[in-house]
Design a protein around this ligand. Sequence first.
Ligand code: CA
Length: 224
Amino acid sequence: MHILVVEDEQRLAALVRRVLVEERHAVDVAHDGDTGLDLADSDTYDLVILDVMLPGTDGFEVCRQMRADGVETPVLMLTARGAVEDRVAGLNVGADDYLVKPFALEELLARVNALLRRRKGSLETSTELRAKDLTLDLVRHEVRRGNRIIELTAKEFALLEYLMRHPGQVLTRTQITDHVWRYDIDALSNVVDTYIHYVRDKVDKGHGTPLIKTVRGVGYKIDA
Ligand code: CA
């Protein structure tokens, strides 16, 4: 899953990032509230871990603004203050859970996993992804462009699903590798390009409007 960590203490941010990467999540880190809010508002994360005390916009305000912008990503608040009113304030601005610093990494992981399980459950209730005339049925594992059924291998399907879960967003090769392959990133340097080529061949070939776009020097995206 894709997690955003908004934490200004660099060492803590790096530690949390490392622990989450070890659990095979893709992790982005922001060190201030404004950057965190910009990233969170891209609505491409499965979870935001959000420190309350941040330079600039604080965590409460980031969370309140995210919800005001219609972003429903689960938020786990990190607070150095254990005061009841702070916890209540966090939950009132739309946070899903909170953790009081200092915390044990095991507890962080347990809460992250609980929130991600809920997130997965809610993602899976929508069973179809769509990009223009391309549909991907998550339950039947079926892909169609218009009325034409497209046969994909498991990896091709996973790659297309990842692109379609982030419509219009440029995904880097590293993000794609982290999500679709997960292991042996170094050994797979060309694999993303090769599989994009396969999927393109099946999805876009013969169509006037290609849906899968190359963003030179950055990665790939699918048109919304
Ligand atoms: Ca802080």
